[in-house]
Design a protein around this ligand. Sequence first.
Ligand code: CP
Ligand code: NVA
Length: 309
Amino acid sequence: GPSRGHKHFLHIDDWSGDELREVLRRAQEVKSNIKAGDRSFQPFKGKSMSMIFTKQSMRTRVSFETGFHLLGGHAVYLAPDDISIGKREATKDVARVLCRYNDILMARLYGHDDLIELAEHSAVPVVNGLTDYNHPCQIMADALTMIEECGSFEGKKLVYVGDGNNMVHSWLRIAAALPFEFVCVCPEGYDPDPETVKHAQDAGLSSITIARDPMEAVKGADVIYSDVWASMGQKEEALERERAFQGYQVNDAMMAQAGPNTKFMHCLPAERGREVTNSVMESENSIVFPQAENRMHAQNAIMLHCLGC
Ligand code: CP
Ligand code: NVA
């Protein structure tokens, strides 16, 4: 694993609640400098990062590459066909080579075990840019967005409507480290991983509910959150899933049921007309674009923490 003072970021609760609060505070501080046009903070000067992708991306690729550059570093984008991790070359060999060039690695992969293997064999920190299991950078950006838009993250009620997927696993993992109210409302057969639910419940910090009735679950929510019904790697199940998720579309009626101040969030990309209507995406209460912007600021703070800067 990474040498002393260096940390991987593979799951949110790899870090303690206090560390996460500090990372979120740092994100706000570094964000306000960047937004004010101040480019004097260059902690990554002379540092480099490889970014390994086996899946598509807009936000993750551009926000990591731009954020690392804004803080003085150089990021190298490796598209799915460039190194063909695990195919052209064993994952553990990729790890052992890249960590001799780079100060930090970021990876977006299918199998979560492949990410764990990459981290096990890397002498520099590895940051999770999404796997089939989770997406911790997204949920840190989301917590930052709730601090800005709802006044706090802790204590708020977030209702996730849709598939019990990688996004839900990261919501459950943050619930094990910081206290809030999390409801995942999903159809039978699309529940999140039961061990991850138990792990979050056993931590005893947050209220965690798996529910089936969206119109009931969203009442009093500070945030309604949705994601695609068919994730990357599941697109051939799209039709079957569309049938299973009838009644789970976030529309004006669902937003009205939740309350006048309820915010709408979505990790993006969104399929308008499926999991969310165009009307909700474009509404006053939709905060999906500030949320997307915060990917960069949350990740900058994550990388600062990984590198001990
Ligand atoms: N939300 C998110 O991770 O977007 P990309 O797939 O475009 O990186
Ligand atoms: N659940 C989605 C998130 C995309 C950012 C997927 O894995 O495709």
